[in-house]
Ligand binder design. Sequence first.
Ligand code: AMP
Ligand code: GLY
Length: 424
Amino acid sequence: MKLLVIGGGGREHALAWKLQSSPRVREVLVAPGNAGTAAEPGVRNVAVAVDDLDALLALAQSEAIDLTVVGPEVPLVLGIVDRFEAAGLRIFGPRRAAAQLEGSKAYAKAFLARHQIPTAGYAVFTELAPALAHVRQLGAPIVIKADGLKAGKGVVVAMQLAEAEAALLELLGSTPTGAGAPVVIERFLEGEEASYIVLCDGQHALPMASSQDHKRRDAGDLGPNTGGMGAYSPAPVVSAEIDQRVMATVILPTLAGMAADGAPFRGFLYAGLMIRGDGDLQVLEFNVRLGDPEAQPILLRLRSDLLELIEAALAGQLDRVNAHWDPRPAVAVVIAAAGYPGAVHGGEVVCGLDAAALPDSKIFHGATRSEHNQVLTSGGRVLTVCALGADIGAARNRAYQALAPIHFAGGFYRSDIAHLALRR
Ligand code: AMP
Ligand code: GLY
């Protein structure tokens, strides 16, 4: 088979690498891919952007692609699945209506409330004055979320009232009355976060291994929110009991609710959860795709053929398959470029990649491109260095050992990935 993976980050490098390992796959095209996918045997980059649906459709047709797998949220929210299906092409991901679970925070919150799925209490505002009155009444800590896709950066967790007021002023202050994009204000939740990702066929869900992401830029979980600075799998906070409760109180009601609302969910569904010490669990957010960087350690641990699982999902038969996992934990450390999560300059030469190859480790590229036999940076999250180990500490040590030879000007990483898991 000939596959197409849409996207160009670490998640898509991991997807292309994993799918290419299937005995039934002859070639994987990646649009647009990166320097890592370009160097992967049996994988070929095609320079098409993830939001250019016309060009992606033309590419899938001219290359006679048998199956397309969508990595990022942007094409899903734009309706790429609807477009491909209308043209009679096989594609895996949620349709536009179902992708709203990530595309609009206001939609997701209303969905959760309507189907009695646990989530923080909230209110939606489009005007500044009532929004300010609301946060002043509730007080800090409180959370402000901009509607729409923000690449993990549209959320302000305000520990002080002044921070919440400043965030509202920025989001709603300059728009004429009534014209603002919706802003969700929600209660602050305490606990430990986990990413719970399942493969869905519209009716059944097959859980992937649990994982945990490090959203803040700096060690000690300080600094601004990012798309994720590292991850590991499994997440010890997701015990067997929590796992069952997540399926019963979040995942299955979500699938049933989406089907009842006329938007059955097919694709990877990612529930961002907040889990308290007493076992209480709440949904923080939904994503309609694999996480990045969570996908990298998850796919490193997946022993089953991913193509078989995706085809079972497309056939509505996920209840008939199992996923097999490497019992060893995996740790993934992101190396980011100076300035991330703000604006970054690309074009730095990445050195030491060859020296970095260790057994049971894998370097997934994110924002890289190749030029004149060199690897250059091209954005914020440049590489994800992943490793397996006998336990989480061994996996972490191996990941840091594998990244030690890698250098580029301004590159930085968190030195404490997996600290919460190690403390347990
Ligand atoms: P989201 O994009 O909604 O997942 O928010 C990004 C990050 O903000 C989450 O991963 C949490 O770390 C934090 N966050 C979001 N909502 C809340 C909340 N209600 N209480 C505490 N932290 C939150
Ligand atoms: N790592 C979080 C995300 O992919 O949204």
